[in-house]
Design a protein around this ligand. Structure first.
Ligand code: PHE
Length: 456
């Protein structure tokens, strides 16, 4: 396919609202509800949250605007967009490739965690989640994560759902679902927080979230805050560029980006407001790690009236939130083959889905086989699963974000850049945004990287 001739297989959003919901659906996912609370816990609470929020506002948001604007203006997916703007042979095209490649990796571990949620939904219905004390519930998580066949099956179901939905095309696949699921999730979170306010640990949990102890933040914490800020906004890899490319030509991006960031941040903070009070009430250490929500929430479900039902609804909604994120990862990887290789949507999603299913195997088997668990750990210092999550979220995603800031800030011609930015937005906003992309984001990201590898 030649640049400039969009594939007839590509989609267009039905409405602006539908786009915002789908993009927010991409942003709000396991990152907000599963990962954010446990990394806040591991990094000592409030100080980490503050650094994270700064990264969201000063780095994530401007780069989100850059991605959305770039996608909307060229109506291509990452590889094609860089080819069109920088030249077919330009090294910048590598940034597009990075995004497509990471799209595969992202979904490979994401689907494993979503698969665990699936098992939890069933356990909640059967009542098996609400038996015993903290030790038993902790053990349940260990058993689920350590069950290789079950983890593989869960991941495959999740990947299959993604393939079916992305195969149905952009409007029917993504937009319709996001419209229903996001509000439902918000309502349930608020309801559960309402319950948490009645518990003994509420005040301590909230205090932990807002206490400002800079000492608790080590060098890894800074990198983790940065990486997670990009990861949670789905920014840096071209996923948002892809979604932006389905926007009709003249729609504004700044307002949309602000809405997405606000929603994402609200959900992340709400899940902390839920998880920490529960953790402190039931005597779980906040540094429990990836099992934090898998243990703290079931403890609460065990105590509340109709807890089995509430638990099942909670995990189902969480799977849905994961789905709307997974869809955008699959869309990111598959849309390259639709746009640039002329595959049909169905061919692209089934083949890409197949490869992702294979890539998910080592993640799913981390808890049950030595090769990917302790064997890998002996070699690399951590299990394959942990290694991959760290690589993708802390290194590759911010690296992509750095690339976008440099490309849009420095490489694009002024006329092109202004055209990509919101026409409706005031000139001062444009200037501020450009200054951030040029002078703040690149050095900040590089410094945090250097600190992350211990050079600073
Ligand atoms: N933002 C998603 C989350 O928080 C993860 C994601 C990253 C989705 C990159 C798409 C692309 O769970």
């Amino acid at each position: 396919m030649t640049p400039g001739a969009p594939s007839p297989e590509r989609g267009v959003w039905v409405s602006r609202w539908g786009f915002v919901l789908a993009a927010a659906g991409s942003a709000v996912g396991l990152g907000n509800i599963w990962r954010f609370p446990y990394i806040v816990g591991e990094n000592g609470g409030g100080a980490f949250v503050l650094v994270y929020l700064l990264c969201i506002v000063f780095l994530g948001l401007p780069i989100l605007v850059a991605e959305l604007g770039m996608g909307r203006s060229v109506q291509r997916t990452p590889v094609g967009a860089f080819q069109l703007l920088a030249g077919r042979r330009s090294a910048w095209v590598g940034l597009g490739w990075l995004g497509v490649a990471v799209g595969f990796l992202l979904l490979s571990f994401y689907s494993v965690v979503a698969g665990w949620m699936l098992r939890y939904a069933f356990l909640a219905v059967s009542g098996a989640l609400s038996r015993g004390g903290v030790a038993e519930v902790q053990q349940t998580f260990g058993t689920i994560a350590g069950d290789g066949a079950g983890s593989v099956a869960g991941a495959l179901v999740f990947i299959g759902l993604n393939v079916a939905m992305v195969g149905a095309g952009i409007q029917r696949g993504v937009e319709r679902w996001s419209r229903i699921l996001m509000p439902a999730l918000l309502v349930l979170l608020l309801g559960l927080i309402g319950y948490a306010t009645t518990l003994d640990g509420f005040a301590v949990g909230v205090a932990f979230l807002f206490r400002f102890d800079l000492g608790a933040l080590d060098r890894g914490g800074l990198l983790e805050a940065l990486g997670h800020a990009f990861f949670t906004l789905s920014v840096g890899l071209g996923g948002m560029l892809t979604y932006g490319s389905y926007l009709p030509g003249r729609s504004g991006v700044v307002e949309n980006a602000v809405a997405i960031v606000l929603l994402d941040t609200v959900v992340a903070m709400l899940s902390c407001l839920l998880v920490f009070p529960l953790a402190f009430t039931f005597g779980l250490p906040p540094s429990e790690g990836p099992g934090l929500i898998f243990v703290s929430l079931p403890m609460a479900f065990a105590q509340m009236p109709a807890g089995g039902f509430v638990g099942a609804v909670f995990f189902v909604l969480l799977i849905c939130a994961a789905l709307t994120s997974g869809l955008s990862m699959l869309e990111l990887a598959a849309s390259y083959f639709i746009d640039e290789r002329g595959w049909t949507r169905r061919q692209a999603v089934t083949r890409v889905g197949g490869i992702i299913a294979v890539l998910a195997l080592p993640c799913a088997l981390t808890g049950s086989t030595e090769v990917f668990g302790s064997g890998f750990e002996a070699l690399v210092g951590r299990s394959y699963f942990d290694f991959l999550v760290d690589l993708v979220t802390n290194w590759l995603t911010p690296l992509g974000g750095l690339g976008f800031a440099l490309f849009v800030g420095w490489r694009l011609g002024p006329g092109v850049r202004r055209g990509q930015f919101d026409e409706g937005a005031p000139e001062a906003v444009y200037r501020g945004w450009l200054a951030v992309l040029r002078f703040l984001a690149p050095p900040a990201i590089v410094l945090i990287f250097l600190r992350g590898i211990g050079l600073l």
